[in-house]
Design a protein around this ligand. Structure first.
Ligand code: ATP
Ligand code: MN
Length: 144
């Protein structure tokens, strides 16, 4: 049923819980794992004017690289084949495009992320991905 599972992460605790589920599912199904972190174009453009856009993007890219590498290490420890990607853009656009272009058949993501308020049922990236994704989306809550 599942051959390639996509786990998008912003490095948040909730995304980390989704990662645990994604790795376990990949191991169970002998599926490949794709780990994607999107450098949010809006974070780049809303930064302080004194700092150049390139500098901000570099910093965000470094952070995203270390997030996906940490997930790749965990997946490898579990014996799961894994590939990482860091791409700039609007997160839900990039996530749905990536899933389609790479034949991912399941998306596993957190209900919330770094910036949202818990009182909302779903973070905006997850809400838009659930609405638009051509494949099933498994959402994972932060706390039991
Ligand atoms: P909001 O962004 O709407 O203020 P939030 O940050 O709490 O709220 P989301 O951004 O929707 O919620 O995050 C939910 C999940 O979406 C995360 O757990 C993660 O799986 C995924 N996600 C969010 N941002 C990114 C990103 N930049 N790159 C990859 N995945 C992301
Ligand atoms: Mn967010």
């Amino acid at each position: 049923m599942y051959d390639r599972i996509l786990v998008p992460t912003d490095g948040s605790e909730c995304a980390d819980r989704a990662v645990e589920h994604a790795i376990d599912l990949a191991a169970q199904y002998d599926a490949e794992l794709r780990v994607l972190s999107v450098i949010d174009a809006r974070d780049v453009s809303h930064s302080a004017p004194a700092i150049s856009v390139d500098q901000v993007e570099d910093t965000l890219r470094e952070r995203a690289e270390s997030v996906v590498e940490a997930v790749a290490d965990r997946a490898a420890e579990a014996g799961v084949d894994v590939e990482t990607a860091v791409e700039p853009g609007i997160p839900d656009d990039v996530i749905t495009e990536y899933a389609g272009e790479n034949d991912c058949d399941l998306v596993v993501m957190g209900t919330h992320g770094r910036t949202g308020l818990e009182r909302y049922l779903l973070g905006s990236v997850t809400e838009r991905t659930v609405r638009r994704s051509p494949v099933p989306v498994l959402t994972v809550r932060d706390t039991e």
